[in-house]
Ligand binder design. Structure first.
Ligand code: GSH
Length: 231
């Protein structure tokens, strides 16, 4: 969809539902950013709240299972060079993911999606992932969120206003609405990707579903295109 609400002729819409707590969402995000022009898709960023997705789908994070958690650590290390995304697990993964969480960060992204544009959502999302999943930096304190926003090019005064917006009811409601939309399509984790073709939404789970998404779109998937990395 364009800002006027209409898709450009021939462009299919792909909605990426993600939470910056999720390293696989980062991979899905970068891969779709790399492919959006090749596939001529209208890529829409939909920050949602993974904690609520897990709760309402009665799922549990892979890290809550010892073997799955250990495997995910190795998998992400392999994906780091395969995809050319500088993934590094935080020193205390459990604290970062399950104690500190990402509710404020997801509300900030929601406020940016409401008050600014897709480019700002993209750039701040990347900055947040760089902090949490590359540099082992906090994303819960006000200063941390301001640093992510300003590093992404948002002027400090505007960033401060956006930060106050995370307490506003319309922002909370929008994040809830997006999370409910994902749940209504059967979401149980992140990334959740909705591909709209011929008036129908097709739901995919995972950053590793790109070959299937390409197939649905009638396009080619040629791997993670590490040479197009923005990182
Ligand atoms: N195979 C998927 C794994 C994605 C994944 O494990 N995502 C986590 C969040 S980081 C999740 O929501 N998992 C739910 C589940 O595995 O049921 C990929 O490569 O992207």
């Amino acid at each position: 969809m364009t800002s006027s609400g209409f898709s450009q002729v021939g462009r299919k819409t792909v909605e990426l539902f993600y939470d910056v707590v999720s390293p696989y969402s980062w991979i899905g995000f970068e891969l779709l950013c790399r492919y959006r022009h090749k596939w001529n898709i209208d890529l829409k960023f939909k920050p949602f709240f993974l904690g609520a997705i897990m709760h309402y789908s009665k799922n549990s994070p892979p890290g809550s299972n010892l073997h799955k958690g250990n495997y995910a650590g190795k998998d992400l290390h392999r994906l780091r060079s395969y995809c050319n995304i500088p993934l590094n697990a935080p020193s205390d993964v459990a604290e970062v993911m399950f104690v500190k969480g990402t509710l404020s960060a997801q509300r900030l992204l929601t406020a940016i999606s409401m008050d600014l544009d897709d480019k700002a959502v993209e750039d701040v999302s990347r900055e947040l992932w760089l902090r949490i999943w590359s540099k082992d930096k906090d994303i819960t304190e006000a200063d941390s969120l301001l640093a992510a926003a300003t590093n992404a090019g948002i002027p400090m005064e505007k960033a401060k206003i956006l930060l106050t917006r995370i307490k506003d009811q319309d922002v909370k409601d929008k994040l809830k609405e997006r999370t409910e939309t994902a749940l209504s399509h059967g979401a149980f984790g992140a990334p959740t990707i909705l591909v709209h073709v011929d008036g129908k939404a097709h739901m995919y789970f995972g950053s590793d579903r790109m070959p299937l998404i390409a197939h649905l779109l009638g396009e080619k998937y040629e791997g993670p295109l590490p040479e197009l990395s923005k990182l």
